[in-house]
Write a protein of this length. Structure first.
Length: 242
């Protein structure tokens, strides 16, 4: 169960990246693409580094995020995502209480002339970003850092749209660890077209958890609060940029 949870959260963070700014071909319909290309967003906003602090509730129940933070005290996890100068390389790592780095992963990104991200390479994988009619259509992750004719697809992310062109569902099929995980994310947006809620739906069709987002004045995610199916706050993550 723990391994499956890590894979789901990894996909959620990978499959957490272009609400504001967008690209020249982007239409105005709501889309979860920014959630999957979040690194591009904060760089376009003039920042080179994002730090996240995670507060985990454990078995306790808290009325709200502030009550959780007060009870937990120090965050359990501190993570950083940082662009390397003007190169299209980005590194993520964790920090301990003394500021020591560990678990560093570096990715190289490729872009179309019109600005869309078209590839992410690193950590043993090559990831394609595929567009259709100016909107994100699929994300395909291949085993190996070169996309060859016989490359094995280990994860597929499909973006589904309603009649108005809004991205309402993201379907994930993840075989990165050798066994298939299949699940959906149901999406809701606020009045500014920003992702406000993601509902995680298991392969059995059960709504297992949901995450609510807030934003700062730059339109970047300021916090993400994940709740269980019983409505209990499970994890609060706060983000800062510099």
């Amino acid at each position: 169960m723990k391994k499956s949870y890590v894979r789901v959260m990894s996909a959620l963070l990978t499959v957490m990246c272009v609400f504001l700014g967008g690209c020249s071909k982007r239409n105005t319909a709501n889309t979860a693409e920014p959630y999957y290309t979040y690194e591009d967003l904060f760089r376009k906003a003039g920042f080179s580094k994002r730090t996240q602090l995670m507060y985990v509730a454990g078995e306790e129940t808290y009325e709200d995020a502030e009550a959780l933070k007060e009870a937990v005290g120090e965050p359990q996890t501190s993570g950083v995502v940082e662009w390397e100068g003007s190169d299209n390389k980005c590194t993520s790592y964790t920090l301990d209480s003394e500021g020591n780095k560990s678990g560093a992963l570096t990715y190289t990104y490729r872009y179309a002339k019109s600005g869309e991200r078209i590839a992410k390479i690193g950590n043993g994988y090559y990831t394609d970003y595929i567009y259709k009619d100016g909107k994100i259509d699929r994300i395909l992750r291949y085993s190996g850092e070169k996309k060859t004719a016989d490359a094995v697809t280990v994860m597929t992310v499909e973006f589904k749209y309603d009649a108005e062109g809004n991205n309402t569902v993201v379907s994930v099929h993840d075989e990165t660890e050798g066994t298939m995980l299949a699940y959906d994310y149901k999406l809701s947006y606020d009045e500014n077209g920003r992702l406000s809620t993601i509902v995680y739906v298991s392969d059995a069709g059960n709504e297992e958890s949901h995450t609510e987002f807030t934003y700062n004045g730059k339109g970047l995610v300021a916090s993400a609060a994940r709740y269980g199916k019983d409505g209990r706050l499970l994890v609060l993550t706060e983000y800062t940029y510099e």
